[in-house]
Design a protein around this ligand. Structure first.
Ligand code: PLP
Length: 427
């Protein structure tokens, strides 16, 4: 072995895992247990007091989930990670660690529709207020920041429009105001974009999508970049004030550059409870082993399909950053030169009705509300995922009435193009 660090493809298979010490099992075992036996009373006390690392109860940590956490932390280049029950749970725990009632955060408008709902409605019940900015114009984030702002939230590649966000420009604004930048890296996965290299402080994933990759498990991951110093910063009391339940420990001081991940686990996951099942962690881990192969194929197939649709006479426009004349092509070349991902939207000349018809006509594409499956998927956002938004919010989120979203799978691209052609002929 040399001193060289393992490459991405090697980490995707090995990071965090080793043959099982007890049995020699080579695949990561599924530790399907609620609880773990303590060595003795002192051992139990040190685990509960956070003086020792170890397993207590699977709501707070589980060895199968721990392998997933280590693997995603390694792929993103973070200091630590926390696996949770869903992408939305990841977002909730991140803000739970950062926000107090009455606080604000600034989010880009181009987000997954469910995140817009979560931020607009559910977070309001906690007293956390979202302020919107335009991810195409980083200066709007600067303008939206007030003394109450605790974070900025963006997607690296924004769902559903395939918008590439200028992470570096927005990170510079976050740094200027000394607030953390949170990046939802679900659509890119660390194979295409590694947001910490561009100035992000915290990454969240819906592992439901490309990390798991096979459409079989809901899951989420939070990754701590270790770059934001919460210790001694009164604006973040969860990390900078003594915790009575942990003997007055200040999490941001005791755990240093992975204090944020610890706070999400020992405060958020412990008290709010969205734990990932070890079985789902196993399936997601297995998916990650082929992440590099799948992401490349997803991106190559998506470029072929987008190129074909852009020439189709029933199609008004195609929004895919991999296309040379796309408005985000320069940013795509900068941030994801290996490919622009699997998901993109296009507009039908005949509007809403044509969108509804197209999804009914497709045979190989599945009509459902997910992305990032090996299978190709289609949805008409205006009649489904984005239907609860106002018309203005729909358009702002890139989900107007004529818009169809595709998540291109890893099948033969010729079959995908044939299926789209037959469905469009009668749409
Ligand atoms: N972020 C993005 C970009 C998503 O596409 C989704 C789900 O579609 C989520 C977050 C939420 O993830 P989950 O469904 O795992 O809660």
């Amino acid at each position: 072995m040399t001193d060289r660090l393992p490459g991405f493809d090697t980490l995707a298979i090995h990071a965090g895992a080793a043959p099982d010490a007890a049995t020699g099992a080579r695949a990561t075992p599924i530790y399907q247990t609620t609880s773990f036996v303590f060595d003795d009373v002192d051992h139990a006390a040190s685990l509960f007091g956070l003086q020792a690392f170890g397993n207590i109860y699977s709501r707070i940590g589980n060895p199968t989930c721990a392998v997933l956490e280590e693997r995603v932390a390694a792929l993103e280049g973070g200091t630590a990670a926390l696996a949770v029950a869903s992408g939305h749970a990841a977002q909730m725990l991140v803000f739970h660690a950062l926000m107090q009632p009455g606080d604000e955060f600034v989010a880009g408008t181009k987000l997954y529709g469910g995140s817009i709902n979560q931020f607009t409605h559910s977070f309001k019940n906690f007293g956390w207020n979202v302020v919107w900015a335009n991810p195409d114009e980083p200066s709007t984030f600067d303008a939206a920041i007030t003394p109450k702002t605790k974070a900025i939230f963006i997607e690296s590649i924004a769902n559903p429009g395939g918008v590439i966000v200028d992470i570096k420009a927005i990170a510079a604004i976050a740094k200027k105001h000394r607030i953390p930048l949170i990046v939802d890296n679900t659509m890119a996965s660390p194979y295409l974009i590694r947001p910490f290299e561009h100035g992000a402080d915290i990454i969240v994933h819906s592992a439901t999508k490309f990390l798991g990759g096979h459409g079989n498990s809901i899951g989420g991951v939070i990754v701590d970049g270790g770059s934001f110093n919460f210790a001694g910063d009164d604006r973040y009391p969860m990390l900078s004030k003594p915790r009575a339940e942990y003997g007055g420990m200040v999490l941001g001081e005791t755990f240093g550059n992975f204090g944020f991940a610890i706070a999400c686990r020992v405060l958020g996951l412990r008290d709010l409870g969205p734990a990932l099942s070890p079985f789902n962690a196993f399936l997601i881990l297995t998916g990650i082993e082929t992440l590099p192969l799948r992401m490349q194929r997803h991106s190559d197939n998506a470029l072929a399909v987008a190129t074909h649709l852009a020439k189709h006479d029933k199609v008004a426009w195609v929004s895919y950053p991999g296309l040379p004349d796309d408005r985000y092509h320069a940013l795509a070349k900068q941030y994801c030169p290996q490919g622009a991902g699997a998901v993109f939207t296009f507009g039908l000349k005949d509007g809403y009705e044509a969108g509804v018809k197209l999804v009914s006509n497709l045979k190989l594409f599945s009509h459902l509300a997910n992305i990032g499956d090996t299978r190709s998927l289609v949805i008409h956002p205006a009649s489904t995922t984005h239907r609860q938004l106002t018309d203005d919010q729909k358009t702002q989120a890139g989900a107007g009435p004529e818009v169809v979203r595709l998540s291109i799978g890893i099948e033969d691209k010729a079959d995908l193009i044939d299926d789209l052609d037959q469905a469009l002929a009668d749409a």
